[in-house]
Design a protein around this ligand. Structure first.
Ligand code: NDP
Length: 401
């Protein structure tokens, strides 16, 4: 019987809210707070009609404003604060959690709006303050980061003494029928994919040009897809938290139409985050582009196909080599039928609900700031099977060339 405060009511926030209402034994009360309150009210009407057991409230909040967040927390007295707003708000929300005294969970690490570079140093700097306050902060509890970290921790606990190589493979085989659209917040998505790629080898970051490294992989449930090496946030924490890492990389699939449009938009300056003067106003081209692109939350009804996201690992147990691949396949249309969202929001929202539930029930409650792989992976792996993201494992995978 707990009260959750959910901040952000976009594609991911909506799935978290559905899943909290499905798990009403843990989430007896839920307040959905976001910048645009009308979106929270619309969602509340659906949740109340569909589930009816969790008590749902809504509120307007500017999550860039710590004082406003603290006022809201004082009013509703939450047991956990789930951040499904944007990475820009991570620090103000963590500040509010410390000031009011409540546990924290998010799905993406902090990024400054003016610099397209995400790294954990900003949030890891809160460790001592959360420890002293006796509060838990769970970082990056979506799918990737999130489930990918839990997969690695589970593999480490069960099958390996050391993991030397990890390839994280994120395949979206879905088709929404638009020539160009992004599956989550367009601004965050385009900042991520137009940045330089990087991976960690022998303790050092190796940088590549954007989309420089391409591979083809045959994904279970999806088929053969082109995938590209990207910088991704969980590489940084996994390289520290998993024993024996020699190399860790992240690949994501992209279709040719997406890449051609992205290149063109880049070439004409539409993906820039530097403000420009437009008719006496300052506008950021990428934010303007977001305004004309389809809202990711609206893609659910049109998207067909499956995602396949998982981790391939190679290492040793008792001195013998071990290969291991663990992944989830998720169907866009099934997600839409269940919660009215496409699979990218679904695969992010389900793990966030699970992580929050584990903190609330005490299994993941420990004072400090942690990445998901630092908690016991077993209850999380069981919960994935229970709440809609069943996983498969295989012991003869080939690492990516
Ligand atoms: P959306 O843009 O759909 O939703 C963001 C929500 O946050 C909107 O409701 C928005 O309000 C609200 N918001 C933005 N700024 C503020 C603010 N200052 N105060 C209050 N509310 C605010 O994004 P998504 O749902 O697609 O993504 C949410 C998060 O999930 C992002 O951080 C993204 O990086 C992360 N993510 C993580 C993944 C993972 O696997 N780990 C995968 C996909 C996404 P408004 O409606 O007014 O704009």
């Amino acid at each position: 019987m707990s009260k959750a405060l959910l901040i952000g009511c976009g594609g991911v926030g909506a799935v978290i809210a559905h899943k909290c209402c499905q798990n009403h034994e843990v989430f007896s009360e839920l307040t959905i707070a976001s910048r645009t309150k009308s979106k929270c009210d619309e969602l509340k009407a659906i949740l109340v009609q569909k589930y009816g057991k969790t008590k749902v409230e809504t509120a307007a909040v500017d999550a860039d404003n710590t004082a406003e967040l603290v006022e809201l927390m004082k009013k509703i007295k939450p047991d956990i604060c789930i951040n499904a707003a944007l990475p820009y708000q991570d620090l103000t929300i963590m500040d509010a959690c410390l000031e009011y005294g409540v546990d924290y969970l998010d799905t993406a690490n902090y990024e400054h709006p003016d610099t397209a570079k995400f790294e954990y140093k900003w949030q890891w700097a809160y460790r001592e303050r959360f420890e002293k306050a006796g509060l838990t902060a769970v970082l990056g509890c979506g799918f990737d980061p999130g489930v990918t970290g839990v997969f690695c921790a589970y593999a480490m606990k069960r099958y390996f003494d050391e993991i030397h190589y990890i390839d994280i493979l994120d395949c979206n085989g879905g088709d929404h029928g638009y020539p160009f659209a992004t599956n989550f917040n367009p601004e965050i998505n385009i900042r991520e994919v137009s940045a330089k790629g990087s991976y960690i080898e022998n303790g050092e970051w190796v940088e590549t040009e954007p989309m420089e490294i391409k591979r083809v992989y045959n994904f279970d449930g999806v088929g053969e897809k082109d995938m590209y090496l990207l910088h991704h946030e969980e590489l940084e924490s996994l390289a520290l938290n998993i024993k024996g890492i020699k190399r860790i990389r992240f690949f994501m699939t992209f279709g040719q139409s997406y890449l051609t449009h992205l290149k063109c938009l880049e070439n004409v300056g539409m993906t820039s985050i530097k403000p420009i003067d437009y008719q006496g106003m300052k506008i950021v081209p990428l934010q303007f582009l977001k305004a004309v692109l389809p809202d990711p939350a609206s893609l659910g009804a049109r998207t067909k196909g499956k995602t396949n996201i998982g981790c391939i690992m190679q290492g040793t147990k008792d001195g013998k080599p071990v290969n291991y691949y663990v992944y989830n396949i998720c169907d866009h249309e099934d997600c839409y039928k269940e919660v009215g969202s496409q699979a990218i929001s679904y695969t992010t929202g389900v793990p966030a609900m699970i992580g929050a539930a584990l903190v609330l029930t005490g299994e993941w409650k420990k004072a400090g700031v942690y990445n998901v792989e630092e908690f016991n992976p077993e209850p999380f792996m069981d919960a994935l099977n229970k709440w809609g993201l069943p996983w498969k494992e295989c012991f003869e995978p080939a690492l990516v060339e």
